[in-house]
Design a protein around this ligand. Structure first.
Ligand code: ADP
Ligand code: GLC
Length: 475
């Protein structure tokens, strides 16, 4: 099949979270199965990879607010995989992916309309006629609309459209003025199952309504988003589409995340020889300005957003730190969480290390050097960090929600620790279970081994996408 994969971030070129990881790895896994895959993404200012070369093609799109265009660049990753970068001076040549220190960019609806429609035009220009157009999150939702309204008389109309929800809470909601601004047909706003949402325009809803199939990134989250608690006001719509909402668990890039070969670590290790993990722990403590020692280390690497439950952790840690343990955090995001973490560090300077910012090398070191990795998420569509932790022999302590349930196994013979209620007492009890496990080296080793031996590679999940795509393909 020919697959056009559209995403607003693609690792290693651009990344703010797991979407970037998935957009970097899933297309490669599909290409390895023998499909021709083109990934389309913006060329942000931060994308400086010397491998980018001009394709000789460029885009020209006419919007009511003006003409927009720019060259299409490309990097060939593998024989069957190419990443196409849309360059546009006004939209993408600035610092930040979705926003900057002053907040979200005010023209994101224009920027991502450009990505969505531009991706289809790019395919056209390169004469790549896809069987499947694969959309990811709200930034790409308008491509679903454009396939049926705009490209319906072109060869692209034979493509089937799949929308993957990585996070239902981010929907790209704008005032209805945007209809006219982007030149979207008004009947889409007034019809019942169109792109109108409580009198606003909703890009994610557009993608959901105009795609042939909807997937999300774990089986448990697929069920949760059809309930009022986690449905973000789209549960009704998703429920009506029930047969079409499929949960396919994300995989991880087992080459980038492999403790046996990881070049970002001071030492390497594997199930058979764990000595290197102790060296990673020593290095982590040093990097975080903490004294050496054998006390258990809890770590987090996270976007600091409401979703992640950092507030619960900040509630619980002053009590938990009465015990002999250390806590290290790497993250960036909402100011009040950054502030809360810094305060905690100031209060417990010998036990708490905090690094605010996005730091790839340090994220690997935390996965390797910590004894436990904490994810007290309010909700978690899939979560990749807990899988990285398992692979690095770092026991995850997670809330039983979304993809965390589908990857972390609790119980005496499990590979991690799960807690149910989003409540300080529940998290504290889970941390204490972790400390008890740490005090029992044999049991700890068994937990680590079970985690490290579990297969999280993309191969299995890519097959699931493949069979979904085959089932949709037009004759
Ligand atoms: P989400 O996509 O909701 O942020 P995931 O667990 O799916 O959560 O993926 C997060 C990804 O982003 C992981 O690869 C993680 O290592 C990375 N990450 C998050 N924050 C940082 C940070 N401050 N520095 C480096 N990597 C980070
Ligand atoms: C989102 C979710 C996260 C998921 C990632 C990749 O950012 O918050 O849980 O792992 O997308 O699908």
């Amino acid at each position: 099949m020919r697959i056009l994969f559209i995403a607003s971030e693609v690792a290693p070129f651009s990344k703010t979270g797991g979407l970037g990881d998935v957009a970097g790895a899933l297309p490669a896994a599909l290409a390895a199965l023998g499909h021709d895959v083109k990934v389309v993404t913006p060329r942000y200012a931060e994308v400086k990879d010397p491998r980018l070369v001009p394709t000789g093609h460029s885009l020209q799109l006419r919007f009511p607010f003006g003409e927009e265009g720019g060259p299409i660049l490309s990097v060939r990753i593998a024989e069957r995989l190419e990443v196409l970068f849309l360059e546009n001076e006004r939209f993408f040549n600035r610092t930040g992916i979705y926003g900057d220190a002053f907040g979200e960019f005010g023209d994101n609806h224009r920027r991502f309309a450009y990505l969505s429609i531009g991706a289809l035009q790019a395919a056209q220009r390169l004469q790549f006629i896809p069987d499947i157009v694969h959309l990811n999150d709200w930034q790409t939702g308008l491509a679903g609309v454009a396939l049926q309204r705009g490209f319906q008389h072109t060869p692209l109309s034979r493509a089937r459209c799949v929308m993957t929800i990585h996070n239902l809470a981010y929907q790209g909601q704008y005032s209805k003025d945007v209809m006219g601004e982007l030149g979207l047909p008004w009947d889409l706003f007034t019809s019942h199952d169109g792109i109108e949402f409580y009198d606003t325009v909703n890009f994610l809803k557009a993608g959901l309504v105009f795609s042939d199939s909807i997937t999300t990134v774990s089986p448990t989250y697929a069920k949760e988003i059809q309930t009022p608690e986690l449905g973000c006001n789209l549960d009704g719509l998703l429920k009506r589409q029930q047969g079409r909402v499929v949960g396919i668990l994300n995989g991880i890039d087992v080459h980038e995340w492999d403790p046996a070969t990881d070049g970002l670590l001071p030492a390497r290790y594997s199930v058979g020889d764990m000595a290197g993990k102790a060296a990673c722990k020593r290095e982590l403590l040093k990097r975080m300005g903490l004294p050496e020692g054998d006390a258990p280390v809890l770590g987090i690497v996270s976007r600091l957003a409401w979703q992640k439950g950092v507030d619960l952790l900040l509630d619980v840690l002053p009590t938990a730190l009465q015990a002999d343990l250390r806590f290290v955090a790497v993250g960036s995001g909402e100011g009040h969480y950054e502030h809360g973490l810094r305060e905690l560090q100031a209060r417990f300077p010998k036990q708490v290390g905090v690094q605010i910012g996005f730091d790839r090398a340090l994220s690997h070191l935390v996965e390797a050097g910590a004894d436990f990795f904490v994810m007290p998420s309010r909700y978690e569509p899939c979560g990749l960090n807990q899988m990285y932790s398992l692979r690095y022999g770092t026991v995850p302590i997670v809330r039983a929600t979304g993809g965390l349930v589908d990857t972390v196994e609790g119980g005496l013979d499990g590979n991690g620790i799960l807690f149910e209620a989003f409540h300080p007492a529940a998290l504290l009890a889970a941390v204490r279970r972790g400390l008890a496990l740490y005090a029992d080296p044999q049991r700890l080793e068994a937990f680590r081994r079970r985690g490290m031996e579990r297969d999280f590679s993309w191969a299995v999940s890519a097959r699931r996408y493949e069979s979904l795509f085959f089932s949709l393909r037009k004759e």
